[in-house]
Design a protein around this ligand. Sequence first.
Ligand code: AMP
Ligand code: GLY
Length: 425
Amino acid sequence: MNILLIGSGGREHALAWQLAQSPSCAKLYATPGNPGIETYAECAPIAVDDLDKLVAFVEAHRIQLVVVGPEAPLVAGLGNRLRALGIAVFGPDAAAAQLEGSKGFTKDLCARANIPTAAYVRCTSAQEALAALDDIAIPVVIKADGLAAGKGVIIAESRTEAEGAIADMFGGAFGGAGAEVVIEEFMTGEEASFFALSDGQHVVAFGSAQDHKRVGDGDVGPNTGGMGAYSPAPVLTPELQQAVMDQIIRPTVDTLAADGTPYVGVLFAGLMLTEAGPKLIEYNCRFGDPECQVLMMRFKGDFAALLHAAATGTLAEAPAPTFTGGYALTVVMAAKGYPGTPEKGGAIRHIADAEAGGVRVFHAGTARADGVLVAAGGRVLNVTAIAPTVTEAQARAYAAVDKIDFASGFCRRDIGWREVAREAR
Ligand code: AMP
Ligand code: GLY
């Protein structure tokens, strides 16, 4: 089949790599793609939010499956438009994409389906939000309802800080995303990510990962999109994964199906492993970036056929997803300045050397300028290794990082530290 992959990051490079290897993929296109994706796909310069042009491209190239990388086109209704034309889409319609598009929507769904999550109050005015503070202990979590590129969550350590966050959000600091605010109870525990694929009715587990959101070693400094990840995350034991499927994932899929807004695509659950069991922090309606890179590194099988089964309501008949043993670990190399203003245009050399020995270097924000690969975004490369233990995968990934010449780049040196420490015990 002809497949279109939408997006341009490291997540999409990893997806393109697996899709292109799939026996059921005849031809792969990507919009807009990046210099790494170009190795596997014919790329066309269409922005991910240009829905009209994307639909026209799909019709002109007789695409049989569309795989949507980022959330924005899904929340904007790309799935609806393509499905209306009879095209198989891996990614939910706008109604079900509200799981990521509106935190209040997800919290209400959790309340209806009895899904474990933090206690919350939805507020549409600063006055309401200030009143809600009286009933929730400090620290308290204040969230802009809509998409805020990962920046709409404030953990307030004092009442004054909480009041400031509420004033900022209703004052327009997050644009339309902050027109509604969710005030939440603060949960403590270790965080982990869990993935599942759904065709609207059926759902299968797709593995676990743990990422590193802060920019600095030891998890300090500002939040980023993710500085590295590893998979699987052993902290999510088989028993805990079963509990997540039974108490969180299946009730979500069943409730959306019963509402007439079935969920098609990947459910990415951000979890807090509390003393009282796993609780949902948030859902994303897409693969994680860089979590996807480590999942793809381990996946074995016909990935295109699996996504097509999810997109066409036939997941129950598809072979269950299989993965290699061991652990995959990815280190994000970012441009200096990230997550603030990244330094663009810095040259990158010796990726081929780094890839010797089974390491894969996925491109995120790269471009070619006069034949030289250069940095073109905040997160630039994802250096990804696989090994029998997290400790060995970490060593392989950093050995590869050290072969790359990227003077205007930096990375964390401790990706996987929680598991490396556990393995040393
Ligand atoms: P989110 O954008 O919802 O994933 O939130 C970003 C980060 O904020 C999460 O990865 C958690 O570290 C933290 N967070 C969000 N909600 C809570 C909560 N209710 N309790 C504790 N930490 C939270
Ligand atoms: N790495 C976190 C995310 O993709 O949201």
